[in-house]
Design a protein around this ligand. Structure first.
Ligand SMILES: [Zn+2]
Length: 558
């Protein structure tokens, strides 16, 4: 009996068939110059499907920087570079530039919360019956203050969520005490509990409690995780608050009932009106951590140029390798940014497979820590393995696999079917007009309907760390969509023919940048009005031959 495909598989196949069949790029050629067409022809849609499918696979766990899934993705890309025999210039001839990313691991053996009365331990809650996160070790004890709070109603949404004020916290005397907070949840508002917990933390900050613990009805699972990474997402109080406080630990279930009993109370106190019911118990909080470097590296490789002079100049082709991981379920990040990393894998293959090699060198790099605040590319630009002044341009691919549509905020009225051939060109008019003109010229063959209405996204990807140093950049972006940063950003929704067309377009632009005698120069007026620059003089040459940054540091002479 032939296997009858299941309903969901059927709708998936129809969707895939409609996408593939109807791609305008499938039927329109992308004519490239003779000297580079061989390379362009070396990568197929099938290759892109295979690479992206691997990057967005559950095995890579959403590629969060600092987590094992990211290490797997980094090894996968490094392996690709190795197979292409690209130069590995990292330490120990690796393709990695390690980015400082501390990871704290909880030592479960030495981590627990215990309760005592009359100097005798009456309850011990081991690490596997606790949940939360810790970024600093702790060894403390004190009398327990039980705090029973009703979660206030949440006002505002998203970034406009208002932090509730919890009455009565100011009057609390909790110096050197262990505060156990029980927040009565609101069935109608899940966020209320999180915000109430944060409001309690804020309210108790500065009162020097020995520790603040949370208690809940259910027995927690998941243990206490260490923290890794750096950077902070602006405006989200819950995350900012968690980073500010060293310990976020919750216990519950039978352990909560046992604690209440040991302190002379029972469960009725949790539904009572008393904010601080009488309670007599001592607590000890022990959190032991081990600190280490988490998997966080920029993955980079070099195709050396052939020209004796120009080989010391570089065209950088970049993407970010990381995504948001398993926060609230697997986030495959097929478009963000497995599509761009697939683009880097495609462009590197094209250059290697092309018989004619470039005069300037090509540096391929997939950054880490982008989702945490462009951390990897900031580190790369500040610890650049090649002189910044030698970089003639950074070509960044971030989200190049979809057709722009309404995003979550629903503010753009875009429809995917209207954007089958659209591509945003971002940042090319900010520094070096010659690079912009080159992109426009190369689009003759690529055939995109180029759009310029997403300049607001300029600071949202890794190229920004190069631009602020005065390196010309071009950011390629197909647009936002409903699946942005959702668990639904999956490979089946990728417009692969478009992805490959973008990669081939970037290859064509890079080929010219690598072979033209001149390099894009920074327009002095543009540099003068460039906001957020991180250098007095730009790394790339200013039009009209003003001295570059390196000349300035080398006392002005080449
Ligand atoms: Zn991205």
């Amino acid at each position: 009996m032939a296997h009858r495909p299941s309903r969901s598989l059927l709708s998936l196949l129809c969707f895939a068939a409609s996408v593939a069949a109807q791609s305008p790029f499938a039927n329109t050629p992308h004519p490239l110059a003779q000297d580079r067409s061989q390379g362009a022809a070396s990568v197929s849609v099938a290759d892109c499907k295979q690479w992206l499918g691997t990057l967005a696979s559950p095995e890579f766990e959403g590629r969060q920087t600092g987590q094992p899934g990211f290490q797997k993705a980094a090894d996968f890309v490094a392996d690709h570079f190795r197979k292409l025999d690209l130069q590995a210039r990292g330490p120990a001839s690796s393709y990695f530039q390690t980015v400082p990313w501390s990871a704290t691991k909880v030592d479960a053996e030495k981590t627990f919360v215990s309760f005592e009365t009359g100097g005798k331990e009456v309850l011990r809650v081991p690490a596997d019956r606790l949940t939360g996160a810790a970024s600093a070790a702790l060894s403390t004890s004190g009398a327990v203050v039980l705090l029973v709070i009703e979660a206030p109603e949440v006002t505002g949404t998203g970034r406009n969520m208002q932090l509730p004020k919890i009455a009565g916290l100011d009057e609390l005397e909790i110096e050197n005490k262990v505060v156990v907070v029980y927040v009565r949840p609101r069935a109608d508002q899940r966020a209320a509990e999180t915000l109430a917990k944060f409001a309690v933390r804020q309210g108790l900050a500065g009162k020097n409690p020995a520790a603040v613990l949370f208690a809940q009805d259910a027995t927690p699972a998941g243990g206490i995780t260490g923290r890794s990474g750096a950077g902070r997402r602006a405006g989200n109080p819950a995350i900012a608050g968690a980073r500010r406080s060293p310990l976020d630990v919750t216990f519950g279930g039978n352990d909560l009932l046992a604690m209440l009993k040991a302190g002379g109370q029972d469960a009725s106190v949790l539904t009572g009106t008393a904010m601080t019911p009488s309670f007599s118990l001592e607590a000890k909080v022990e959190v032991a951590l081990t600190e280490g470097q988490a998997p966080a590296m920029n993955v980079w490789a070099v195709l050396p140029g052939t020209d004796p002079q120009l080989k010391d100049e570089y065209v950088v082709v970049g993407s970010h390798l990381d995504h948001v991981g398993m926060r609230g379920g697997l986030h495959p990040g097929a478009d963000d940014d497995a599509s761009g990393t697939t683009g880097v894998m495609a462009v590197s293959t094209m250059f290697v497979k092309n018989k004619i090699k470039p005069k300037r060198s090509i540096l391929f790099v997939c950054f880490c820590g982008e989702e945490d605040g462009l951390i990897g590319s900031d580190f790369f630009a500040k610890n650049c393995p090649v002189p910044l002044s030698s970089i003639v341009g950074e070509l960044q691919m971030d989200m190049i696999g979809r057709d722009e549509e309404e995003n979550r905020e629903g503010d753009r009225g875009e429809k995917a079917e209207d954007n089958r051939t659209s591509l945003h060109l971002i940042g090319t008019q900010k520094l070096a007009p010659a690079l912009h003109e080159l992109c426009i010229a190369k689009n003759e063959a690529a055939g995109f309907s180029l759009e310029y209405d997403q300049e607001g996204m300029f600071s949202r990807s890794d190229h920004a760390n190069f631009a602020k140093m005065g390196v010309p950049i071009a950011f390629f972006f197909t647009g936002l969509h409903k699946d942005y940063h959702e668990t639904t950003d999956t490979p089946d929704k990728i417009h692969f023919e478009k992805l490959l067309r973008v990669a081939t377009y970037v290859y064509d632009i890079a080929f010219d940048l690598a072979n033209e005698p001149g390099r894009p120069e920074i327009e002095p007026e543009l540099w003068a009005k460039y906001r957020g620059k991180a250098a007095e003089t730009p790394a790339a040459p200013l039009k009209g031959g003003a001295p570059t940054k390196d000349d300035a540091t080398k006392g002005g002479g080449k």
